[in-house]
Unconditional design. Structure first.
Length: 368
């Protein structure tokens, strides 16, 4: 039996997705996944969504299996090469195994679909609670309220200056105010930052991002907001140099992180949330349910679109455990050596001692 891959070329209706889900579930043999997982993978495919979604499904046959994996930032040459490679394999009638991420993965599925005699395989890779490793909370690690207030003050100032002073008409400012309040930033700090922007004076802040490798070979990204790039670079470089870390150039490790909008809130029906977001024409990377918490992952450009769609459907008093744009590591680096762990913690503390550093993201996995 042969099944074509159902991928982004096909704008499948919800009826089509249900029909195909039932069929695949019935014939998926020993690799059977839940109907929910299979349905989710088809919904990703139908909307050409980026991310890691999908479910494992396979028909029992004697075909050869070929895995196609590669970069998400595929070039035109890479796309052409991938397509021609799969065409050349048609004589072997293989099963193509790949994820549904942007780039090589989805290119492989498209080429398989065109060939017409491939069975596409979509593998489920859970993001799990990767968001918990995405950054070190300034509130937990810096331990200094004045530094936290200063960082929020900068963010609020920039949001107000760029988008207007009225939170009702400036969604970015409204979101930042809500986040500041959740982190117990006093009202007078928030008001002062907005008034400073309203006055038209003050500093001109710009963003700066530094990437490199920390102790133990883990990957690190430091996002900064500064009015003096030279000063910030010097401080960040010193934090790297003094803690057995290596500062790289732009893009050194950034390609190993996914720039994502993440929303986490209490719930018990991730399929309903996914379907609601799709009906609202929102691109979603993944929706997961774990321990009574629903996590929504989306491209960072979709942050406000996701927020608006969730606000329209969820109760007004919904408490978001997380609601922000962040960097999620694609792979984790486990640190087990006691000296490396101690050095890494000193390294993070040194970065957070830099007044201009707003957020630190890394892929280090520390012992519990």
């Amino acid at each position: 039996m042969t099944i074509q891959t159902f991928d982004a070329f096909n704008r499948l209706s919800l009826f089509d997705i249900t029909r195909i889900t039932n069929f695949l579930y019935s014939y998926s043999g020993d690799f059977k996944d839940t109907k929910s997982g299979i349905r989710k993978s088809l919904m990703y495919a139908a909307k050409e969504m980026p991310g890691l979604g999908g479910a494992v499904f396979m028909l029992e046959n004697n075909n050869k299996i070929i895995a196609i994996v590669g970069t998400r930032n595929i070039t035109s040459y890479g796309r052409e090469f991938c397509t021609e490679l799969i065409k050349s394999l048609t004589q072997y009638n293989p099963i193509i195994v790949s994820g549904f991420a942007y780039g090589v993965d989805i290119c492989a599925h498209k080429a398989a679909n065109i060939a017409g005699n491939f069975l596409g395989l979509v593998r489920k890779i859970k993001m799990g609670r990767a968001y918990q490793n995405k950054k070190e909370s300034m509130a937990k690690t810096a331990g200094q309220k004045t530094r936290i207030y200063s960082r929020y003050g900068k963010e609020l100032y920039v949001c107000a200056k760029n988008g207007g002073f009225d939170p009702e008409g400036n969604l970015a400012l409204r979101t930042m105010i809500a986040k500041a309040k959740k982190d117990q930033v006093p009202a007078h700090v928030i008001e002062r930052a907005i008034e400073k922007a309203r006055g038209g004076g003050g500093e001109d802040y710009e963003t700066a991002r530094y990437e490199g490798f920390g102790p133990g070979g883990c990957m690190v990204i430091a996002d900064c907001l500064t009015d003096n790039v030279k000063r910030t670079f010097t401080e960040v470089r010193q934090a790297f140099v003094k803690n057995d870390a290596k500062l790289g150039g732009p893009g050194t490790v950034g390609h190993m992180f996914d720039h994502q909008a993440v929303f986490v809130f209490a719930g018990d029906d991730e399929d309903a949330i996914l379907e609601m977001l799709m009906m609202a024409d929102v691109d979603v990377s993944d929706v997961e349910l774990e321990d009574g918490m629903i996590s929504v992952y989306a491209p960072h450009t979709e942050f406000f679109k996701v927020k608006t769609a969730l606000a329209a459907e969820l109760p007004e008093d919904t408490d978001y455990v997380m609601e922000e744009i962040t960097f999620l590591p694609q792979t984790m680096t486990e640190l087990t050596d006691a000296e490396e762990i101690e050095q890494f913690e000193k390294f993070l503390a040194a970065l957070e001692d830099c007044d201009d550093v707003q957020n630190v993201y890394h892929n280090a996995e520390l012992p519990q």
